[in-house]
Design a protein around this ligand. Sequence first.
Ligand SMILES: Cc1cc2nc3c(=O)[nH]c(=O)nc-3n(C[C@H](O)[C@H](O)[C@H](O)COP(=O)(O)OP(=O)(O)OC[C@H]3O[C@@H](n4cnc5c(N)ncnc54)[C@H](O)[C@@H]3O)c2cc1C
Ligand code: FES
Length: 278
Amino acid sequence: MKTLKRKDSEYEIKKGRILRTKEITDLEKLFEIVLPGGENLNHEPGQFVMVSLLGVGEAPFSVSSSPTKLGSFELVVRNVGKLTNAFNRLKAGDEVGIRGPFGNGFPVHILDGSDLLFVAGGIGIVPLHSLINYAIDNRRDFGKVNILLGCNRPEDMLFSDELDEWTKRLDVNFECTVDRADSGWKGNIGLITSLIPGINLIPERTFAFVVGPPIMYKFVVDKLLEKEIPERQILISLERHMKCGLGKCGHCQINGIYCCQEGPVFSYDKIKDMRESI
Ligand SMILES: Cc1cc2nc3c(=O)[nH]c(=O)nc-3n(C[C@H](O)[C@H](O)[C@H](O)COP(=O)(O)OP(=O)(O)OC[C@H]3O[C@@H](n4cnc5c(N)ncnc54)[C@H](O)[C@@H]3O)c2cc1C
Ligand code: FES
């Protein structure tokens, strides 16, 4: 197994206090968390934290808020099992353990002046939400901003208040689609890949950010390559099962790559050889 030098602070568990919770769908809840003394998390968009609940366990969660939000940060938790079930029962004032932030995040430092294309499938909007809000808060630093979101059903859409705001903005193009809906839905029906051909973009100026369920990646990447976006400008976040977040347990490995350390964000040129395993 790889041995990686660790900083002591990466083992340190900080006490996070829940300031606010909000049920955003039947399955997902938003948590606003404050660290001792209101210390900033100092994360980059796309990074994650390890959250521990005493007597239950620890798991990774992407930071959904932008680093431009100071004094607290936000997570969105989908209730799927033991830990997330216990997490979803917590309320304002309760405490959780926080380690991190971990992972490489999106390369914000190379994006100045570029056009941004976000492609989010389902809960993949959570890590992208951090970068989208970062881009909106620093809007003059970027060219065109296109946001594409695909969900199973309209009621599965996260951040619905903000989606309305993004729709109204003149400096952002927001489009969404659902796999199925009843007759009350007036928007697009179809897979997220159906939205990509209609986007007007200049490939060499564009960075694409893709996060969603594993099945989505290769179909979305193929559409982005058809648009001639360079492989190194297609950035994908891979959320593998993780236990330690420290390069020790090996749970997150794909073909020898440790997602918790070298990822979760990879440019397509770096992972295209293992395209069938992602
Ligand atoms: C980098 C990273 C960022 C993440 N960000 C978020 C986030 O922002 N919000 C969120 O709700 N979840 C996120 N997850 C997933 C989250 O960590 C898992 O849902 C959580 O560990 C499940 O714990 P549990 O005890 O509730 O479920 P378990 O009882 O351990 O598992 C319940 C079910 O979920 C499946 N499962 C567990 N972990 C994963 C995983 N990593 N990927 C796919 N399936 C999984 C299991 O196979 C099982 O079917 C992230 C995972 C990673 C690696
Ligand atoms: S989560 Fe343990 S090695 Fe990556």
